[in-house]
Design a protein around this ligand. Sequence first.
Ligand code: 2RA
Length: 338
Amino acid sequence: KTVDVAVVGATGAVGETMLSILAERNFPVGKVYALASERSAGKKVAFGNSFLTVEDLATFDFSKVQVGLFSPGGAISREFAPKAAAAGCVVIDNTSEFRYDDDVPLIVPEVNAHAIAGYTQRNIIANPNCSTIQMLVALKPIYDAVGIERINVATYQAVSGSGKEAIEELATQSARKLNGQDADAVVYPKQIAFNALPQIDVFQDNGYTKEEMKMVWETKKIFEDESILVNPTAVRVPVFFGHSEAVHIETRDKITAEQAWELFKNAEGIEVLDTRRDGGYPTAVTEGAGHDPVYVGRIREDISHERGLNLWVVADNVRKGAALNSVQIAECLVRDYL
Ligand code: 2RA
């Protein structure tokens, strides 16, 4: 069985990666349409060994496709996802626009694929935030085995999470600074080259940023557990691709590092890199960029808490954090529901 697919936001970092992953994974596409703004219509984007001509989203007839992979920015999804859904296209949306609606499933296939069944309510499925996805893929086996009462997490997020302009800003700013020149901070509030910014997205009244609160809200929804306590600090670092996270959890029942290691080794979507030797852990540059698994290392019992466990979690934020997770949701949808 094949399905016709539209990729919305096809010229963006995530949209381009969605197209390449659809081709890489031999997704059963009949026709695939690359959609973007009128300004981008006519451009060519790669799809496997061929090219697609970008079409104008505003005039596209969504009754022509069964699945829409959206990553066009929140405002565009807000306007066009309901229209596509009404035309019979099942929308898998990568923006935060619909994630917190009770009648929209929020899916990490390795964690809660069963919840995809709820897509029939609005014909919309939401893709979680990249920093949430990699953390919950890593925590799922622990959560199922011994329960998790509390999560403290500090993230070290690549600039590609902010899109192509941010990638360009890091490169240009770094070169200018190395040349002793000034470099304006445009995408970010402050210089990102050779720096670390403890702000991703806007500040909330409680002093957390929206990126941090997304990790709180989405963890509770995806684990279907309103009691779990989540305390994030999200930091932007001068890395191009790959988010890293220092995760400290308090489990309900005691688990040793060895027991956790075994759970990770046998868990879907996880690769363990943890030798306790020089370089024996995953990093954004080596394992993060361009890879699909969620990598787990630095597994160790918390010396300050009897049921504490510490992890270092790395994943490609554009692939598993957005495009791949969306395509995996589409694969489950086509296999089990369409
Ligand atoms: C970021 N998680 O990293 C956000 C959106 N991709 O900027």
